[in-house]
Design a protein around this ligand. Structure first.
Ligand code: ZN
Length: 265
């Protein structure tokens, strides 16, 4: 029997006997895992009443003889969302993000980045006043990029022109993650690429490079240059970015949404 400690964001909890439960979580060292908490529904001393989805926990675990299953010995509460649990639309978006994380299930090698993104997302949902409607699509995009599918964001693959300034539109070749300026983009095959407006491209670049709390708004100087203001991207630009993101994500991960949840094809 091997005992070890870990951290996890709780994805789901299920009961299987009067007092026992299983916990499915995401940890920065293992990715998705399931552990059994015997007495989990009763023992406040060992589990501090904190075996609930969305809680961030410290864990003491034990791999049982033969390695057939893992038992949860003890937990401590590191963070629990409050606002999220009282705001149904936010909660819906957060759960959607976590379901995608669970379906994609980045393994141990990519788990630290995925875990960081998930916990930063949770913090953004707790703290930010305004978040874009298409937040889950930006989350899927970023998580996919962090798993090794990062496209070129800076320069046109053909001519080297900067894609971060000046260009009125950008064409993203979905399969190989190459991006082209408006002039070079015309040569790309229509079914395997996606045109984006300048603003929609900015949204995808922002989601690729900044923490979730910064998504969907743009920082700029006031007219008299005395302070920084932030304005939201338009809803149209955000949905255009989300459409491109979703095509890219499905192509590279095979994870798509159907009526019942995320599926990997
Ligand atoms: Zn070009």
């Amino acid at each position: 029997m091997v005992e070890y400690t870990d951290q996890a964001l709780v994805l789901r909890v299920g009961r299987f006997k009067e007092a026992d439960c299983w916990v499915k979580g995401y940890s920065p060292s293992q990715g998705v895992f399931t552990a059994f908490a015997f007495g989990g529904m009763r023992s406040r001393r060992r589990f501090c009443g904190c075996l609930d989805p969305l809680n961030l926990l410290s864990l003491r675990l034990k791999k049982e003889k033969g390695g057939r299953y893992v038992s949860l010995m003890e937990t401590g509460l590191l963070a629990a969302p409050r606002r999220l649990r009282q705001d149904a639309p936010r909660l819906g978006m957060m759960m959607n993000c976590l379901k995608f994380l669970e379906a994609l299930a980045p393994g141990p090698e990519n788990a630290p980045a995925a875990f960081a993104l998930a916990t930063q997302t949770m913090a953004a949902f707790e703290e930010c006043e305004r978040l874009p409607q298409a937040f889950p699509a930006l989350f899927r995009w970023r998580l996919t990029l962090d798993q090794g599918y990062r496209p070129e964001l800076e320069t046109c693959h053909a001519c080297g022109a900067s894609l971060r300034q000046g260009e009125e539109s950008v064409r993203l070749a979905l399969r190989d993650g190459r991006a082209f300026c408006a002039r070079c983009g015309w040569n790309q095959a229509a079914e395997a690429s996606h045109w984006l407006s300048r603003a929609a491209w900015d949204i995808l670049c922002q989601a690729a490079e900044t923490p979730p709390a910064a998504w969907g708004g743009r920082e700029h100087r006031s007219l008299d240059a005395t302070q920084w203001n932030s304005t939201q991207f338009s809803a149209d630009d955000v949905s255009a970015a989300a459409r491109a993101a979703d095509r890219y994500v499905v192509m590279h991960t095979g994870v798509h949404w159907d009526r019942f949840g995320y599926r990997r094809s």
